[in-house]
Design a protein around this ligand. Structure first.
Ligand code: ADP
Ligand code: MG
Length: 259
């Protein structure tokens, strides 16, 4: 049976700008099960990055509640939140963001040194294991600038996995890669999910998004489709001979085609 992992309730983010207040998230509610592979799509400026950043505490939401793994993150202060992130979250961005003055393996090691999840005497072995997993074992001691874009992104993924986090979020991780490299990264994500990780990927690529377990569509700071999981629930309910009223959100799907 599926297990509720992430429960986001009425998340609001209002940016204060010189031109006034700008509501980037207008009350987003969303649940994600443990082990789900969720894609989030939507036009540029629709609020995808804001959603990722606020529910993971990288940025403060204006209001709303965020429960992950039963923890009420919206009640956490800055320091508690940073500790939670270090232990539970792997983050991957569009522009790789390996530290340029450290070698690839040092980039992975520093993530372990900062969070003390992996025992000190196991860190180097684990870093090498992750780099092997990413096909980067022969590049471990190179500087990021000596790597191709796809290799740098795989290095960034190794770093995101350093502390074996249950949750991985990726903001346009393939946005800067050619399609075959993007495909390889996607396959890598699939294998992480098959090992039990929960993965949330923001993407511009609708073809990739369709191949995730579920595609959430956001438009103008609001969720306009929660994706297919509800349909699966209907099927399960039908099979178990329970009746369930189709949620109204299903009806919106056709009215809001993805970009
Ligand atoms: P997406 O990731 O979907 O492209 P974002 O979440 O980055 O969208 O941005 C959503 C909206 O919020 C956009 O209109 C953007 O201009 C605005 N925005 C994002 N960050 C800030 C900020 N720090 N200050 C003011 N407005 C912002
Ligand atoms: Mg964005």
């Amino acid at each position: 049976m599926s297990e509720l992992f992430i429960d986001i309730r009425n998340l609001v983010k209002i940016y204060k700008t010189p031109a006034g207040e700008f509501p980037a998230l207008k009350g987003v509610s969303l649940t994600i099960d443990r082990g789900e592979f969720v894609a989030i799509t939507g036009k540029s400026g629709s609020g995808k990055s804001t959603l990722l950043n606020t529910f993971t505490g990288i940025d403060h939401p204006t209001s709303g509640e965020v429960y992950i793994g039963g923890e009420a993150l919206h009640r956490y202060g800055e320091e508690q939140m940073a500790i939670w992130r270090g232990r539970n979250l792997g983050i991957i961005f569009q522009f790789f963001q390996l530290l340029p003055t450290l070698s690839v393996i040092e980039n992975v090691l520093i993530a372990m040194d900062l969070n003390h999840v992996i025992k000190r005497n196991q860190r180097r072995e684990r870093a090498m294991y992750l780099l092997e997993l990413m096909g980067l074992d022969d590049k471990a001691h190179k500087m990021p600038s000596a790597l191709s874009g796809g290799e740098q992104q795989r290095g960034a993924i190794a770093r995101a996995l350093a502390n074996d986090p249950p949750l991985i979020v990726a903001d346009e991780p393939t946005g800067n890669l050619d399609s075959s490299t993007a495909e390889a990264i996607f396959d890598l994500f699939k294998s992480l999910v098959s090992e039990g990780k929960t993965l949330i990927m923001v993407t511009h690529d609708n073809d990739l998004a369709k191949r995730a377990d579920r595609n959430i569509v956001i438009s103008d700071g609001q969720i306009v489709s929660q994706g297919e999981r509800l349909r699966q629930e209907l099927v399960l309910a039908a099979l178990s001979d329970r009746s369930i009223v189709p949620p109204a959100v299903r009806l919106k799907d056709e009215a809001h085609p993805q970009r």
